[in-house]
Design a protein around this ligand. Structure first.
Ligand SMILES: NC(=O)c1ccc[n+]([C@@H]2O[C@H](COP(=O)([O-])OP(=O)(O)OC[C@H]3O[C@@H](n4cnc5c(N)ncnc54)[C@H](OP(=O)(O)O)[C@@H]3O)[C@@H](O)[C@H]2O)c1
Length: 376
């Protein structure tokens, strides 16, 4: 991150923490400048007017939502900007919702109101939450089962960078692949939000070897978190085999396409391959049907008989589907409790690449280094 950007991020961070502390002290936050829009029951939000480039995003006034039964109303302090948001902007996801829409799947902030029959939270609580769209707004309402209290020493911007990256990484490593002492893991996009969460969680288990691919310019920044780093364009199959002839125990693949076959070929007996993304379909500012078709064409056709003969496991993982379509919020709540314990024990820490104001929406570019988060 450029020095200018880092200084700006520090300044902005201090600003949100100051504002957040003030509102928490005021309970419902009444009287602070960020409530001016609330008085007229309007709020600012980032609106995606149609699928496409950055020019499709703009800050707009919207009617402020009020909590329905079982929901919490959150005065947002910071939101996560994840790769999935970029894919949503381009319409590069399965069954995209209709535009105009407010993007964003996670945020942190202060509880401003409780819907009927909500228990376990109070007005003024500092929280982080998953939202099924609509997180990039000043105020968000979301069902209580998607909301988690923020540890005292976690900042709002850290909290906005926490749920998506760490739950995804934890679920894949421990729930799907059963990571244990002495195992090895290959992760693509190791410098990204999920990649860095994977690296940190692997370091909580003794003697885990992490192989990672990332653009070379990120290697200096992430070299301490990944045991063996390769350039994303290198022949990583050969590189991994040179270091570990038998391959690895777990492959985490967010580059659906030719990497699926390569990943499966790298698995040790009883190893697990997990597909969890298709970043490689994003090749420019807007959706490319050519890269979509290319990825689809290159996906390895998996033969179950071969899996049986070779003792290999293949899996898929989608956190958003698990949460919002398959009703597993209870499971995710248990995972968040474990992750918060690891955070309190100082074993993991969310990384924030940079902070951006809502008004700077037109300048939000693909993350220069790790991943990008923004604040209002
Ligand atoms: N299934 C789930 O539940 C779930 C949850 C969260 C995220 N994800 C997926 O996980 C992946 C990473 O997400 P994130 O939020 O951690 O991302 P991120 O922090 O934005 O990092 C993404 C990285 O992917 C690499 N990349 C970008 N475009 C690419 C392309 N066209 N081809 C190959 N590599 C490309 C780049 O790293 P390098 O240049 O260093 O390679 C980039 O920095 C995404 O595919 C996302 O959709 C899935």
């Amino acid at each position: 991150m450029a020095k200018e950007g880092a200084e700006k991020a520090d300044e902005t961070e201090q600003m949100i923490e100051k504002e957040g502390g003030k509102e928490a002290a005021e309970g419902s936050g009444g009287g602070s400048s960020s409530l001016r829009a609330g008085d007229t029951k309007e709020m600012r939000a980032v609106l995606l007017s149609g699928f496409g480039g950055l020019n499709k995003l703009r800050v707009s006034k919207k009617v402020m939502p009020e909590p329905q039964e079982g929901e919490l109303k959150i005065r947002v302090k910071a939101c996560g900007l994840n790769f999935i948001d970029l894919m949503v902007r381009q319409g590069n996801i399965d069954n995209p919702p209709k535009t105009p829409l407010v993007p964003g799947f996670e945020c942190s902030g202060i509880i401003e109101a409780l819907g009927d029959s909500v228990a376990g939270f109070e007005i003024g609580d500092r929280v982080m939450a998953f939202v099924n769209y609509n997180a990039w707004a000043e105020v968000v309402c979301t069902p209580v089962e998607f909301v988690y209290k923020i540890p005292d020493d976690m900042s709002f911007s850290e909290a906005a960078a926490f749920p998506m990256n760490f739950v995804t990484a934890y679920m894949m490593l421990f729930e799907v692949a059963n990571l244990r002492e002495g195992m090895s893991v290959l992760v693509h996009s190791a410098g990204g939000g999920v990649g860095q969460a994977v690296a940190q969680l692997c370091s909580t288990i003794p003697s885990v070897t992490v192989f990672g691919t990332a653009s070379s310019f990120k290697h200096e920044a992430i070299k301490d978190s990944v045991t063996h780093l390769f350039d994303r364009n290198a022949d990583y199959v050969q590189e991994v085999k040179r270091i570990s002839a038998e391959g690895v125990d777990i492959v985490l693949d967010c580059l659906c396409g030719e990497n699926t076959g390569k990943g499966l070929s790298l698995l040790k007996p009883l190893g697990t391959y997990i597909l969890y993304g298709s970043s490689n379909m994003v090749t420019g500012e807007t959706k490319s049907f050519f890269s979509f078709a290319k990825s689809w064409w290159q996906v390895e056709k998996v033969n179950p008989i071969k899996l049986y003969e070779e003792n290999k496991v293949i899996a898929g993982f989608s956190l958003l589907n698990l949460l919002f379509k398959q009703g597993r919020s209870g499971l995710i709540k248990g995972i968040m409790d474990k992750l918060i314990t690891l955070y309190n024990e100082k074993k993991i820490k969310p990384l924030v690449d940079s902070l951006w104001a809502l008004e700077e929406v037109g300048k939000w570019l693909p993350p220069p280094l790790l991943f990008l988060k923004f604040i209002k």
